[in-house]
Design a protein. Sequence first.
Length: 278
Amino acid sequence: MNVIITGSSIPLVNILKKEINKRSKLNKIHLISIVNKKRIKTVLKNEKIIKQNFKDTLSTQFKNELKKCDFFIHLGWHKYKKYNSKNLTNLNFLKKCKIHLKKKCKIIFLSSVSVYSNFKSIYSNEKKKVESYLIKNFAYVSIIYSGLILNKSYGPYKKLKEINKYIRIPIYFGKDFYLLSTNEKCLVSKILEMLIKFEKGKYFVYNRNDIQLDQFVKKRLKYLKFRIKVSSKIVLLLLKFLKYLNFKVLKSKFFDDLQNFFGDNPWKIIKEEIRQKN
């Protein structure tokens, strides 16, 4: 079985590869790890590392591996220096890959619960476009929706800490705002499950113990002693006003991340979707 994994430099992939090593059912995997710049070490016996930037023309080596691919696990995501709604590097990368992938290739795509927010960031908008493209152009697609991945070294959790660093005033979200967090091990387990027995569809992977966002922020992040409660609704109105004015600062990566946290809470929408699915 030939498997390609993008975003192989992130810690999540390292955990995934170690778990693959432990599973006898997956010991015949030939793994192709796609990296952008970072150098990584091989974990599996049958593992090959290919350097491929999402923006660049696909290398001949990568094209050849795409033609043989049985599973395409898309965990990587191109990060822009300046955020603009016209930036579609991630979508265009998949369009280039589609030319060479087999029709029966199974796709596993890591999306985000932020696509269910009514106030979408540039990040969540592009995630949604990628989802739509995959569903339209591939027969076997599994989309995994992740919440806030609880890893201090990368991803949204790190961004939340950065927000706390710049905005030192506690922001009150209110009782209706719940955090959808995801444990890395649960995410890895779901991907392994798909490799053993693939099923197309949408899957939500998040911790079932609902926690109010206010409680999470209070527990995990540190504030100055000076405390003033500022409603997230006020922050949201300000962001919408700046967006309406096409304010340049909102096109920065930091403010795009900020919109994901202060947008309309997708928790209730996701709960309803799961209920209808079941």
